[in-house]
Design a protein around this ligand. Structure first.
Ligand SMILES: [Zn+2]
Length: 112
């Protein structure tokens, strides 16, 4: 079974881009073009995002704590933190586009 297969109707309806924007199990997900039911990236993607954010956050703390140690760190502290924050948003989406299975959205408000 392909990772782009809809968990509701079993048709291969998702593309890497559509899968990337479907979010993780914490989000509402995107509707399948064929059956219209919501799909999200599964447990693997959800865990990956959480772990990645934790690591990126740890880096931000380390950079922040070392910010005053040298001239170079002082001037590069902000851009590095911004890049890390941006990567928290971008990296899980890129990974989601090519890895992990799609699952049915478990959010209750997705079915209202
Ligand atoms: Zn479907």
């Amino acid at each position: 079974m392909s990772i782009y297969t809809c968990p509701h109707c079993g048709e291969k309806t998702f593309t890497p881009i559509k899968k990337a924007v479907s979010g993780t199990m914490k989000s509402k997900g995107k509707p399948c073009p064929k059956c219209g039911k919501l799909c999200v990236n599964g447990k693997g993607a959800t865990v990956f995002e959480a772990v990645y954010c934790l690591i990126a956050f740890a880096f931000i703390v380390v950079i922040y704590l070392n910010g005053l140690k040298s001239e170079w760190m002082f001037t590069h502290e902000m851009p590095m933190c911004i890049c890390l924050l941006a990567s928290m948003y971008v990296v899980p989406r890129i990974v989601n586009a090519f890895c992990f299975r799609l699952v049915q959205s478990i959010r209750l408000d997705a079915y209202k």
